[in-house]
Structures are given as structure tokens and as C-alpha cells.
Design a protein around this ligand. Structure first.
Ligand SMILES: C[S@@+](CC[C@H](N)C(=O)[O-])C[C@H]1O[C@@H](n2cnc3c(N)ncnc32)[C@H](O)[C@@H]1O
Length: 244
């Protein structure tokens, strides 16, 4: 049995097992626990990515593929999205979803570790991640890998949970996030890894929005912009790879 402390070290195989254990209820719980805001947040991340309709986009840690789908909606037939994830159960569900929505021509899914992406340098106009980079064992190396496969002048986009700024709202939200959400998550997912207790703990252990900006700059991104949404529950960071 993997403990919460072990999970927070984010060893790849533990993270894979944990997400594998909740894959089948992942979408349902996203909708339920975020009051459907998750879709709005992903659409916002796509909007501010400002991509051309023929772009090649990589969505790492794609899970069940919802960010990849949101990108596919702004692309024309020359554009392409690839979703990658190292959790077999998630990849299977994403593939099934893309086929069901007749998106197979526009989106592909593949099993890959974000720390070792099977693409050559400078390949994509945008590399993006939603609620995923927090789970990668080496955050800096994960961002650096996203930067590597992005073309000069392209963008690296990170949508992630963050900490609300208003103290009153923060207190109410944290009560929900730390106490209620893990309970509902546990009841519905029945995950033996307590994935929905890991969620708030991993968010609280993640760099704040300014820390993440500094890390992105350290990974050679420039002009890093920060967009906070829904009173700071989530933040989108976008950085430009130098060149062009
Ligand atoms: C919280 S889910 C996010 C899924 C999706 N991006 C979304 O917007 O809902 C995190 C995903 O990251 C994946 N993941 C975590 N670490 C990874 C790594 N090193 N390489 C590839 N995928 C990883 C997990 O398997 C999981 O599917």
C-alpha cells in the first residue's frame, strides 16, 4: 500500500497506479468536484494560447484528453493535437473518447512519460498541460522537456490549481478543498490510494504562481504571463520560447 507521504514524492510508478485507480471515474469527479468549472478553465487556457488554426499542439499528462479536445476545436484540418500520458488506463479512455467524438483524424493519443517525450526538438507550436505537471516527479525537468519540443517563438502553457488570494474566500475554499472534496472523492472513486486527499496536499506543496513563473523563466521561457481564474483557484501560465 502506498502512503500519502510516498505519493507526495511523486515516484512515477506510484503516480501511474494512483491515476490508474481513478481513471474510470476521473471525468465524473472532475465535473462534480469543480462544479463543471474545469471545462471553462481548459477553454480559457486554449483561448489565451492564441494559436493559429494549423498549429501542432502537444497536450502532456493528457489524462482522459479534455485539454486536447479543447485545442482540437480551434484547429482546422491542417492542425493536429497529440495527447500523451504514461498511465495506460487514462490513455485507453482518451483514445475511446476521441473515437466516440469522431476526432481520431485530428487528435492522437500515445503513452509517454512527460520527462522523456518521444519527439524531436522544436516540433510543436504549443506544448500544454492541465492539472498534470504538479504530478511529475521532477517539475523543472518536466517543464524543460516541454520547452525542448516547442518551436522557437512557440508557447508553453500550464493550467494548474493555485492558491486563492482573498483570505475569506481562501478559508471557505480550503475547507471544501481539504475536507469535503477528499471525502466525496473517496466515496465515489473507492481508490485505495486516497487520490483525492493527495490532490489538495500536492497543490499545497506546489510552487505558488510567482514561484512557477520563476521556474519557467529558469527553463528559458520569456515573457511569462500569469492569468488567475475563479478567485485564484486556478492559474494559467504562458511562456514564449525565445526565437522567431
Ligand atoms: C490530474 S490528471 C490531468 C488530466 C488532464 N490533463 C486534465 O486536464 O484533466 C494528471 C495526469 O498526469 C499524468 N502524469 C503524471 N505524471 C506523468 C508523467 N511523468 N508522464 C506522463 N503523464 C503523467 C497522470 O497519469 C494523469 O493522467
Amino acid at each position: 500500500m502506498i502512503t500519502q507521504t510516498e505519493l507526495l514524492t511523486k515516484k512515477g510508478e506510484h503516480i501511474q497506479q494512483m491515476f490508474g485507480s481513478i481513471a474510470r471515474v476521473y471525468d465524473l469527479l472532475n465535473t462534480l468536484l469543480s462544479f463543471n468549472f474545469d471545462k471553462i478553465w481548459r477553454r480559457f487556457a486554449v483561448k489565451v494560447s492564441n494559436i493559429t488554426p494549423d498549429a501542432k499542439v502537444l497536450d502532456v499528462c493528457t489524462g482522459t484528453g479534455d485539454l486536447a479536445i479543447a485545442y482540437s476545436k480551434v484547429l482546422n484540418s491542417s492542425g493536429k493535437v497529440i495527447g500523451s500520458d504514461f498511465c495506460h488506463e487514462m490513455v485507453k479512455l482518451a483514445d475511446h473518447k476521441f473515437r466516440k467524438k469522431n476526432l481520431s483524424g485530428k487528435i492522437e493519443v500515445l503513452g509517454a512519460d512527460t520527462l522523456h517525450l518521444p519527439f524531436h526538438d522544436n516540433y510543436f507550436q504549443v506544448s500544454a498541460v492541465a492539472f498534470g505537471i504538479r504530478n511529475v516527479s521532477d517539475l523543472k525537468a518536466g517543464i524543460a522537456e516541454m520547452v525542448r519540443i516547442t518551436a522557437p517563438g512557440g508557447r508553453v502553457v500550464i493550467l494548474e490549481f493555485s492558491q486563492p488570494t482573498n483570505p475569506l474566500f481562501k478559508a471557505i475554499y480550503y475547507f471544501y478543498f481539504k475536507k469535503i472534496l477528499p471525502l466525496i472523492g473517496k466515496l465515489i472513486s473507492r481508490s485505495k490510494y486516497n487520490a483525492y486527499s493527495y490532490l489538495p496536499s500536492s497543490v499545497l506543496n506546489f510552487p505558488d504562481r510567482y514561484g512557477l513563473k520563476i521556474l519557467m523563466e529558469y527553463c528559458m521561457l520569456e515573457d511569462v504571463k500569469i492569468y488567475t481564474r475563479t478567485l485564484g483557484i486556478v492559474t494559467v501560465h504562458i511562456g514564449k520560447k525565445p526565437g522567431n
